[in-house]
Every structure is written in C-alpha cells, then in structure tokens.
Design a binder for this molecule. Sequence first.
Ligand SMILES: NC(=O)CC[C@H](N)C(=O)O
Length: 197
Amino acid sequence: MTARIGVLALQGGVSEHLEALSRVGAETLPVRTPADLSGLDGIVLPGGESSVLDKLMRLFEVRDPLITLLRAGLPAYGTCAGLILLADTVLDAAPGQQSLGGLPVTVRRNAFGSQAHSFDTTLEFGGIDHPVAATFIRAPLIVAVSTETAVLASLDDESIVAARHGNLLGTSFHPELTGDDSVHRYFLEMVLAAKNG
Ligand SMILES: NC(=O)CC[C@H](N)C(=O)O
C-alpha cells in the first residue's frame, strides 16, 4: 500500500521534495488550492521563507483548511521554513507572521545568522540507522521542546534540529537537497502508520 503525500507548492523548494517522495514510493501532488488538500494522507511543508509562506497560505485560502486537517491528525513534515510553520512558538518572527502550530516546540528563525552561515553536515537521527546528510540554509533552531516531544537530531547538546510529536515532524535542515532519502522514507512510514491506524 502506498500513500498520497502533498507538498505545499506556493513558494520555496517544492520539486526536490516531490522527487524524494516519489523515489521512496509515495504518490505525490503539489498543493496550491484548498481542493488539493482533499484526499491527502500526509503533507510536506517545504523550505523557503516562512513569513512569505504564511501570507501566501492566507491569500490562496489554504491556511484555515490546513490547520483544520493538522488538528485532526494529518501527518505533516516541515523542513526549515516548514518547521517554522509547524512550530507552536516562533522567536524572531517577521511582523504579523503567525505559524500554523501543532508541533509543541519553540523555534528561533535565522538562528545561524546570514546566508553565509549555510552549511552541509551529517547527523545521527533517531529511528534512522545511519548518519543522515543535512543541508542548512538560513536555518531555524529548535530552542525548546515540550516534554512529550521526541528530539530526533541535534548538532550538539543545545542545538536541536529535528523533532517529532505524534504525526508532526520537523527538521531545521533540508534532506531533500542531499540525495539521502532516509528522512522522506521515515516520514512515509509515519504516514502509512497513521493511514493504517
Ligand atoms: N531555508 C529556509 O527554509 C530558510 C527559512 C527562512 N530563514 C525563514 O525564516 O523562513
């Protein structure tokens, strides 16, 4: 059995996620309208610019139906800006910027400084049996998590870069730019587990 996983396609790095999800065996769909949300088993919120994504989700009337689906348990994976969209609390948000929320973590936008602080590394990732390739681009950091949130990856003891709570997964980094599909495979497993109850 496979799963139908959408990628929010209003701005940011969409095609790399669609390709990685296809490679691990998901059925994929770019999501631009409220109608595109129907029948999804999961959704990826890509990197890009979280304050722009927030505005575009309102403009395209995707924000409210997406919040309803997330609160009802739709599995979601946010990378970088997408993690910011899922976080309950956002530090250094742009004026007026709001997240969708649901993932009980606090993130700090642009926590590594400017574009010059973009870098590649590999990370131990809970639930994946090899170090995962990770690209960081003007990335947020997870600076606090609720007690029931699982920390899946960190750069050091204080720098959390991947977390999961229930059906919601977020990473500060972009696995879709590395050729390492293991985090997408991990998310597909989450989606299939939720779908099969
Ligand atoms: N690569 C990214 O997604 C960068 C995120 C961006 N700095 C933001 O605040 O939304």
